[in-house]
Write a protein that binds this ligand. Structure first.
Ligand code: MN
Length: 452
C-alpha cells in the first residue's frame, strides 16, 4: 500500500522525487509534456498555476534536466508533509523544530557525488522569468557556508544570477551569510560555499528559520523531518549539504563585486541594479538524472518559503496577548511579507490593539495588520473585507505608527533606511454592543454539501 507522508517512522526517503511521488498519489501534480523554453515560457506556466498543483516540466528546450516547481507553494503542501491535523498543529511543529534543533546524521554517501555536468552552469535549465530580468537566475539554491571562527554552518536562500559557465552573482542582504562573507572579504580571501538545488521542501523552508547567528538551520530541518535528514561533505570544500540534494555546486564567493539585477523581488516590483559579490564555480555535482527546482520570483512558493516562519513568529507573539489564535495569514496579495491578517478570540476590549502590537513585534518587516474575530476566516479575503465593512469604525479601530522600522523592499517606504508608516486595523466587534448585532445569518440544514 502506498504510504502518504509518514514522517512518524515509515517513510525513509525524503528526497524531492519521493516527495513528488507522494503528491502524485494525492493528485497534486501536473505533468507538462510540451516542449517549453526556460526563458519566459516555463515561468509563464508557473505563474498560471501559482496556487498549485506541483508542476513538472518534462521537456525543457535545449536541456536534458526537467524543471519542477510549486513544491513549497501552499500551506497545505507543508502540512501534508508534516501530517498536521490543523494549522495550530502546523505552527506548533515549526516552533518546536526551532526550539528542539537536532544534529543530522553524517553520511559519506552523497547521492550526487558521481556526476559533474562538465562543471558547466549552462547545462542547468536556469530560468529567465520576467521581461526586464538582466539574465537567467537560480532562485531555489540553498547556500551552505561554515563560519571560520565557530565552525558552525549557516543555510540561506539567495538569488544567483548566471554570468557565464562558471560564474554567478549572488545577492546578499546584511544577515548571517553577509557577516561570514565579511570575515573573508577584509582579508581579501574567497569564501567557500556549497549551493544545493532540489532539496526536500522542508529543508528549503528551514533555510529561512528565524534562528540566531551561529545556529545551523540544517538542525531545524532535521528536527522537522523527524531526524531523517542525512548530510554529507562536498568533496573539496567539506561543507555539509543534504545528501539527497539533486544538484550541488561547489563555489567561492570572491572579494569582488559585479552589477547584479535588475530582478523582480517578493513585492512583484523590480529591485535596482546593485554591486554584489561574484561567485566562482569550481565543481557541479548531480544525481544521475537530476531534476531542477525552479521557483517563480514573487510567486506563492517564494512568499511561503520566505514568510512561513514569520507567520509562525506572529502566531507565537500574539499567543502571548490572547489565549486563542485561530490563524495568521501573511497574505499573498500583501506580498507574503508586508500584510498579515490575524484571527483571534477577543476576551476584553482593547485585545485587538494588543494583537496589533504583538504582530508587529513578531515580524518587524510587517507594514499592515488586520485583526479579526474568530468567526472570520483569515485566509478568505472576502471574509476579512466583510469584517472591516461591518465591524470597524475608523476613528476607533485604526492605529497609525509613523517612522517605524519596516521593510526596505516596499517601494512606497524609504528604501535606504527602511523607515515606513505602519497601520494596524482592529476589525474585531466592539464588546459594548450585543454580539448578535454583528453575526451573520445562517441557513439551517442537515445536507452534506460536499456531496452535492
Ligand atoms: Mn543563519
Amino acid at each position: 500500500m502506498k504510504i502518504i507522508f509518514t514522517i512518524d517512522g515509515v517513510l525513509e526517503v525524503i528526497d524531492l522525487r519521493a516527495v513528488i511521488d507522494e503528491f502524485r498519489v494525492l493528485n497534486m501534480v501536473k505533468e507538462i509534456n510540451i516542449e517549453l523554453s526556460p526563458k519566459f515560457e516555463i515561468p509563464a506556466v508557473m505563474q498560471k498555476y501559482d496556487n498549485g498543483p506541483v508542476l513538472i516540466f518534462n521537456r525543457v528546450k535545449n536541456h536534458k534536466i526537467p524543471v519542477v516547481s510549486g513544491l513549497a507553494g501552499s500551506r497545505k503542501i507543508f502540512m501534508k508533509q508534516l501530517n498536521c491535523a490543523d494549522l495550530t498543529d502546523f505552527y506548533n511543529k515549526l516552533l518546536s523544530a526551532i526550539s528542539n534543533p537536532c544534529k543530522p546524521k553524517v553520511t559519506s554517501d552523497g547521492e550526487f557525488y558521481d556526476h559533474t555536468l562538465n562543471n558547466d552552469l549552462y547545462k542547468l535549465p536556469i530560468l529567465t522569468f520576467f521581461e526586464k530580468d538582466h539574465a537567467p537566475y537560480i532562485t531555489s539554491g540553498v547556500v551552505y557556508v561554515r563560519d571560520p571562527e565557530s565552525g558552525v554552518q549557516n543555510a540561506s536562500i539567495h538569488r544567483l544570477m548566471l554570468i557565464d559557465k562558471n560564474h554567478l552573482a549572488i545577492r546578499i542582504v546584511p544577515r548571517h551569510l553577509y557577516s561570514i562573507y565579511q570575515k573573508y572579504r577584509v582579508k581579501n580571501q574567497p569564501l567557500p560555499i556549497a549551493i544545493a538545488i532540489g532539496v526536500n521542501p522542508l529543508v528549503a523552508l528551514s533555510a529561512s528559520a528565524p534562528v540566531p547567528f551561529n545556529f545551523d538551520e540544517m538542525y531545524v530541518a532535521n528536527s522537522l523531518l523527524n531526524k531523517k535528514l542525512k548530510v554529507c561533505s562536498t568533496p573539496n570544500s567539506e561543507i555539509q549539504v543534504p545528501s539527497h540534494a539533486e544538484i550541488v555546486i561547489e563555489a567561492s564567493i570572491l572579494p569582488t563585486d559585479v552589477d547584479e539585477g535588475p530582478f523582480l523581488d517578493i513585492t512583484g516590483t523590480y529591485d535596482e541594479v546593485r554591486r554584489q559579490p561574484l561567485v566562482e564555480v569550481t565543481k557541479i555535482y548531480c544525481k544521475p538524472d537530476p531534476v531542477y527546482h525552479g521557483l517563480l520570483p514573487a510567486g506563492a512558493e517564494h512568499k511561503l518559503l520566505m514568510g512561513m516562519f514569520r507567520e509562525v513568529k506572529i502566531y507565537e507573539h500574539v499567543k502571548n496577548v490572547v489565549p486563542v489564535v485561530r490563524g495568521v495569514n501573511l497574505t499573498l496579495g500583501g506580498t507574503g511579507w508586508l500584510h498579515a491578517v490575524v484571527s483571534v478570540s477577543k476576551q476584553t476590549e482593547g485585545d485587538g490593539k494588543n494583537v496589533i502590537f504583538a504582530a508587529f513585534s513578531g515580524h518587524p518587516s510587517l507594514k499592515h495588520v488586520i485583526v479579526v474575530d474568530e468567526d472570520i476566516d483569515p485566509y478568505n479575503m472576502q471574509d476579512v473585507e466583510w469584517a472591516i465593512a461591518t465591524r470597524l469604525q475608523g476613528d476607533k479601530g485604526l492605529v497609525i505608527i509613523p517612522n517605524a522600522r519596516g521593510s526596505t523592499l516596499d517601494p512606497s517606504g524609504d528604501q535606504q533606511t527602511g523607515l515606513t508608516t505602519k497601520i494596524g486595523v482592529d476589525a474585531t466587534r466592539p464588546l459594548n454592543k450585543p454580539k448578535e448585532v454583528f453575526m451573520r445569518g445562517v441557513i439551517p440544514h442537515n445536507l452534506n454539501l460536499e456531496e452535492i
